[in-house]
Design a protein around this ligand. Sequence first.
Ligand SMILES: [Zn+2]
Length: 590
Amino acid sequence: MAEAGSFADRVKQQADIVRVVGEYVRLKKSGMNFTGLCPFHQEKTPSFAVHPVKQIYHCFGCGVGGDVFKFVMEMDKITFPEAVRAVAEKCGIAVPAARERTPEERRENQLRAALVDLHREAAAFFVQQLNTTPEGRAAKAYLLDRGLDSEAVARFGIGFAPSGGEALLRSFKSKYGDKVLEPSGLFSKDQNGRPFDRFRRRVMFPIANDSGKIVAFGGRALGDDLPKYLNSPETAIYSKSSVLYHLDRAKDALRQRDFAVLVEGYMDAIAVARAGVSNVVASCGTSLTEPQVKLLGRFTRRIIVNYDPDTAGQAATERSLSMLLEQGAEVRVLALPGGKDPDSFIRSEGPAAYTKLLNEAPPYVDYLISRARKMDMSTAEGKLRAVNFLLPYVQRIPDRILRSEWATRIAQQLRIEEPVLRESMRKAASERRSEVKAKPELIARVGKPAERRLVQMLIEADEFRAQLAEELRARELHRGLESERILAVLMEACASGERPDAAALAMSLDERDRRLLFEIAFEAGAPPAWEEAESCLAVLHRLKAEEELSTVQKQIESLAAAASATAGGELRRLLERKQELRRRLAPPTQ
Ligand SMILES: [Zn+2]
């Protein structure tokens, strides 16, 4: 939490939550608030709101909410200190040098910083090799032959690693010691432990993380050298399962067009981006991972998978489909005709032909049915195989009606009797473990108007919040209310009279209370007035009396039923209390 006077507190005071959230969510002004589609759950109508004055956000659909730091932490999956720095950077607030807690942390941070520097310089080195050495110029000719032009080579930072095996090492040895060179992933060692360049005679593609820092390289062999593609190993700055090639350049287009084209390699991504579809990313050789899908999910949930149509590409497509569907993505599949990958298709057919097919890409179930139809359908066994191939995917369709429609289609297309198919679907479903997707729990409007208004006034009434909190505390009017815990934390925070930080208080509440607090914080109300506060207090007071009266009445009845002599004194006391409560609840007489 942002302690008063701390750097985090300063950032929070200066940061504009609307601007920061607006980098991730398209927000529209709506009354006092800004609203948009919630980035934390799938929805078609906006239920995500940002309050510019209270500097909080809340989703009325899935219930998430908090301050600007919480938002960035959740979106970027980073820690609180990282979020503070990120928000500061976004808002142009100077960040003081990080204070590491342990010497180990300092060493790690220094290494990471050095590795980022080294990668940036290595990228420049490879570019220089491509442009100035005979070997490099030959490599460039090869690239131009593959349909790239000088502009594209420069735009994507493509370079060349020479064949000698020592060029990079020689030029970096004096500047970076072994302590940086060794863990950089750019060097290998021979049997004698002597280091040499890991990438030799390869066209080099810099791989950046989502903030645009080069963290690795992909090298494509020029001749028949194996492997054809060689990537940097995992290092302190590169985890291949959580980086998507081209994402750093695709961000804006992803948000604007709200879909992503997912391809396999850098050449494909570059070709697609050059065809005018800049919302393209590549998974780069690995099959798609959960962190990659989540990373992409920050920008869009609609994805067109465009892998190679070869066998390996088909398998990769199907693995990616499972991963994407599990993460709730809306998936279409583009399988280019003629067995072409995006790069070769665009080169032979042109960008217009590609974008046309892209726009027509069928939903993934259509793609899968056409795959299943290519299986041997002449035998019962073959048909069973086709059905078993399709079922796991169909069952990932969250919508029951849609799922049923697909069942009909599959039965027709594969010429299977529909009841038989439905029976096997039903069986498979009952054997399946519980649904992965949790429905956002919607809470009904809770809390009586008077409680909600009191919560609001405790937050907003600068003039009398301390007095109001004291009234509530003295008469214990919050006890037993649905908003009891919310009122309790607010009362404590209001004792000083200072405006309570709703987002900070929410952290100490459980899920249900947190939601309720945010909902109330977003309700628009008249400016707080003491008379209204008093009438709300009176309502609660009356409520309390009513409850007690009904308890007393029950006790009287059970005592009367017991009719024992010893109960006499107690009964009398209860009857007196009943009269008193009745008087209190009776409308005032003139
Ligand atoms: Zn939501």
